[in-house]
Design a protein around this ligand. Structure first.
Ligand code: ASP
Ligand code: MG
Length: 475
């Protein structure tokens, strides 16, 4: 078997959202498997992970009342899909048994949480990963139903991570070994493994998760570990767009982008990919496709090391709301040489995701943008870190402004195309949109600015026109 032709295919929550979606996914797998060996990675059925996390949080408050309804709802949802998909009685029974065992475990975990009124990150990982353990056997059975041998595999047997619950990172070397040992024999015998996305385990077998939306990451980890020829992320959108179509109706699907561009877009909130998704495949050079499982005839977006050039340098725009601009400022910070280090030590300790950083050259202010969800923790951590300076008024204020948004232009060829930043700022200026802060990554794949949130849509539409992103000839 030629490893380079192996294909890893991930199906997201909506792509396995009900029986007909699962059947469509199974047909896509079957068609591909006639050409080359396929490893499937699945998300939980859409909405399931959110419900599990809600239930865990409720259990933490001691609430056991809503628990039977949750478990019954999940049982119903999965058995309805199984009944519709599986004609074979034996197959239906074995999927039903698998589901019963997983749901029983869920019930025990939630009761234990309610009893202790304590939800540790480790237990939350176990509870939130239940959805994938329910969907994988169902999808494997649906593939088998089409006459292609398939079996569910728990990623806890394959993907090895560190012990950082809630956002674990893979350890590639043991993962490679386990993937070879567990998956290769299946592939060699013509069986399609359906691996649970999102979850993984430490080297000693403690279950972890890769963070919300982490099934994409599972797929690229496996793609890299197995030396796949391609990884395909099947989702419910046509690919990576020039902008969020809810903001810009004429946004267009990009046929090809680079790993760097896709990473910038993922990082800056184009919700197509989990932000770490491209790391393993960039190192291994495995192309990634984003494709629409509801319209598999559409080509989607191909992500590779090389990207077709964009004539004017800007390829796509992203916008993020629900962000907060945090400012650490005061006349005295000029002389405080470690102020940046201490600020970021504080944000890191608060586990805030810093999206944007700028410092004015007068050095009176450091601004950075974080997700609003991280604001309270971050501001508290900063106030604590700078308490002595605040007392002496060297640092005068640590403030947080929620009324902002980030708009970013992304494109690998912005580097070496002069005048892009100028055009961007003039276009916004013409529209009367004022820019609160600017940052350009030294990679020059990205120019971002902080603006008033109320101007966000207008800003994105203006820039989309300015850089003629609706025109496929221009890119
Ligand atoms: N089911 C998980 C989530 O909703 C992982 C994923 O879908 O990628 O976050
Ligand atoms: Mg997802």
């Amino acid at each position: 078997m030629n490893a380079a032709t192996l294909c890893v295919m991930k199906f997201g929550g909506t792509s396995v959202g009900d029986a007909s979606c699962i059947r469509r996914a199974a047909e896509i797998v079957k068609a591909e498997a006639t050409l080359r060996p396929v490893v499937v990675v699945v998300s939980a059925m859409s909405g399931v992970t959110n419900r599990l996390i809600d239930a865990a949080r409720r259990a933490e408050t001691g609430d056991e009342e809503s628990l039977p309804a949750l478990v019954a709802g999940l049982r119903q949802q999965h058995s309805t899909a199984a009944d519709e998909l599986l004609k074979d009685h034996q197959r239906r029974k074995s999927v039903g048994d698998a589901h019963a065992a997983v749901l029983e475990e869920l019930e025990r975990l939630l009761r234990g949480t309610a009893l202790l009124r304590e939800l540790t990150p480790r237990i939350l990982d176990t509870i939130s990963g239940i959805g994938e353990r329910l969907s994988a056997p169902l999808v494997a059975a649906a593939i088998s139903e089409l006459g292609l041998p398939s079996a569910a595999v728990s990623a806890t047997e394959v993907i090895v991570t560190d012990g950082h619950h809630g956002r674990a990172e893979p350890l590639m070397s043991p993962t490679r070994e386990r993937a070879e040992a567990r998956l290769r024999p299946m592939l060699n015998s013509g069986e399609v493994p359906v691996v649970t996305g999102f979850i993984a385990a430490t080297i000693t077998g403690v279950q972890t998760t890769l963070g919300r939306g982490g099934s994409d990451y599972s797929a690229t980890i496996l793609g890299a570990a197995l030396g796949a020829g391609e990884t395909i992320i099947w989702t419910d959108v046509d690919g990576v767009k020039t902008a969020d179509p809810r903001l810009v109706p004429e946004a267009r699907t990009l046929p090809e982008i680079s790993y760097n561009e896709a990473a910038e877009l993922a990082y800056f909130g184009a919700k197509v990919l989990h932000p770490n998704t491209l790391r393993p495949v960039t190192a291994a050079g495995v192309p990634v496709w984003i494709r629409n499982s509801f319209e598999p005839v559409k080509p989607g977006t191909k992500i590779t090391a090389a990207s077709k050039s964009a004539r004017n340098g800007v390829k796509a725009l992203t916008a993020i709301r629900d962000v907060t601009l945090v400012t650490v400022g005061g006349p005295g910070i000029v002389g405080l040489r470690d102020v940046l280090a201490r600020s970021f030590a504080a944000t890191a300790a608060a586990r805030a995701n810093v999206l944007f950083v700028t410092q004015s050259s007068s050095q009176n202010d450091i601004c950075f943008v974080i997700q609003t969800a991280d604001e309270k923790r971050t501001v508290a951590a900063l106030r604590e870190a700078f308490a002595p300076e605040m007392e002496e008024h060297t640092v005068e204020h640590i403030s947080a402004d929620r009324s902002v948004a980030i708009v970013a232009a992304v494109g690998e060829n912005m580097r070496g195309t002069p005048g892009i930043a100028g055009r961007l700022f003039s276009a916004l200026g013409r529209e009367g949109i004022s820019i609160i802060a600017i940052a350009q990554g030294s990679s020059e794949y990205n120019i971002s600015c902080v603006i008033e949130e109320t101007a966000m849509q207008r800003a994105v539409q203006t820039l989309h026109k300015e850089f003629r992103l609706e025109d496929s000839g221009a890119n």
